[in-house]
Design a protein around this ligand. Structure first.
Ligand SMILES: Nc1ncnc2c1ncn2[C@@H]1O[C@H](COP(=O)(O)OP(=O)(O)O)[C@@H](O)[C@H]1O
Ligand SMILES: [Mg+2]
Length: 380
């Protein structure tokens, strides 16, 4: 037999395997499914091997079909992760990143070794550091912010503490812990009642405007606080800011470079929505206008971009975040919040502001995955 090796093309470089995790236990389950549909469609299949992993509303991890159409919002149908009876298992602490899938009565099958997880989850149990902690324990890289930044930026009270200590401008607010509400209701109502009305009453750890109400006078405070408390025992009352809502995208720099900040986008809500509430966000999108770049004076644009970069670093964010500001009618720029896993369909603000800044949606997905693949495991 001829032992001369025949010339062969080199084996194809292994494509990184990406687990796209979506669905989840929060109120934003359906939105997360729709985002997954967009990412499944746009991700470059020649560069990445994709494993879709769904989390049911009850919190079960299941193997999901790689079927964007089934995950889209179509008409009135809100998509949902179906319990397929499978169970996806993540190995913890065994230096092995192989996902397995178990089916009742069958030997568990491997889904292969995962190089990176792309969490497409919003709200508690996804955006709040819990999933990030699980992935840290499993030594698996993932897109986006780590445990601390995710958890701290999920809590609007903690978020304001971080912003204030970084010298960023925030509006007046009062925090109402469960203990204070139970023991000093009159004191709390007096303190919150001293803010300029209207005020916004919010659960500290929610999203998508869930549980938020705009209150025009002190007599409406107690009811609004109770309704925010249905979502979170910790509540914030904030003085309402009259002005425009401007948002920017932040993308971590490569190789220790400073964060990159996008063009500034604007959200304008019309059609009977008093503010950017849940209905305006998801049900009545015809009455919301996203525009980018926003028509604002240059110094306002630069101030918002400065605030965004400072906030990203002060909070210890990684990967991506969207920073939301108010441009008040009196000319002040204030920071409202950071979202560590911002809406991520191609029509959402974060991809839109990057598209307007020269990074198209598929390239944004690629960049986020590369940032995640290139970051060290463990303490960073
Ligand atoms: N202090 C405020 N002044 C004016 N509008 C506010 C204020 N706080 C919230 N809003 C309105 O409520 C919306 C949702 O509030 P936000 O704090 O961004 O919560 P979420 O995390 O749910 O997005 C904002 O986009 C804005 O329209
Ligand atoms: Mg918001």
């Amino acid at each position: 037999m001829d032992s001369t090796p025949t010339p062969q093309s080199p084996p194809p470089a292994k494509r990184p395997r990406v687990a796209i995790v979506f669905g989840g236990r929060s109120q934003e389950h359906a939105i997360s499914c729709a985002t997954a549909a967009s990412v499944l469609r746009a991700i470059d299949r020649e560069s990445y091997d994709v494993i879709p992993v769904g989390i049911t509303r009850d919190g079960y991890w299941v193997q999901a079909a790689d079927d964007p159409a089934a995950l889209e919002i179509s008409g009135d149908r809100l998509p949902e992760v179906a319990d397929t009876g499978t169970q996806v298992v993540l190995p913890l602490g065994v230096h092995d990143r192989t996902l397995t899938v178990a089916r009742p009565g069958e030997v568990p099958a491997t889904l292969g070794e995962v190089d990176v997880v792309f969490p497409l989850l919003h709200g508690p149990f996804g955006e709040d550091g819990t999933l990030q902690g699980l992935l840290e324990l499993a030594d698996i890289r993932y897109v986006g912010c780590g445990v601390l930044a995710s958890a701290a930026m999920m809590d609007k009270a903690m978020m304001k503490t971080v912003f204030t200590s970084a010298g960023l401008p925030v509006g007046p607010y009062v925090v109402i812990t469960d203990a204070r509400w139970r023991t000093d209701r009159d004191g709390v109502l007096a303190e919150a009642g001293a803010l300029d009305f209207p005020v916004f009453v919010k659960p500290a750890r929610a999203g998508s405007s869930v549980g938020i109400s705009k209150v025009t006078g002190p007599e409406g405070l107690a009811e609004a606080i109770e309704s925010a408390r249905e979502h979170d025992p910790k509540v914030l009352v904030e003085a309402g800011i009259d002005g425009r809502e401007l948002e920017v995208g932040v993308l971590q720099g490569r190789d220790h470079a400073p964060p990159r900040v996008s063009e500034v986008g604007e959200i304008a809500v019309t059609g009977g929505h008093d503010f950017y509430d849940f209905g305006a966000k998801y049900l009545d999108e015809g009455n919301v206008e996203l525009s980018c770049p926003a028509q604002v004076p240059d110094e306002v644009r630069e101030e918002i971009r400065r605030i965004a970069a400072v906030a990203f670093e002060a909070a210890g964010c990684e990967g991506l975040s969207r920073v939301d500001c108010f441009y008040a009618d009196d000319g002040r720029v204030l920071i409202n919040e950071i979202n560590t896993l911002p809406g991520f369909t191609p029509y959402s603000m974060y991809p839109q502001v990057w598209a307007a800044s020269g990074i198209a949606y598929p390239d944004l997905i690629d960049e986020l995955l590369q940032l995640a693949l290139n970051r060290p495991l463990g303490l960073r």
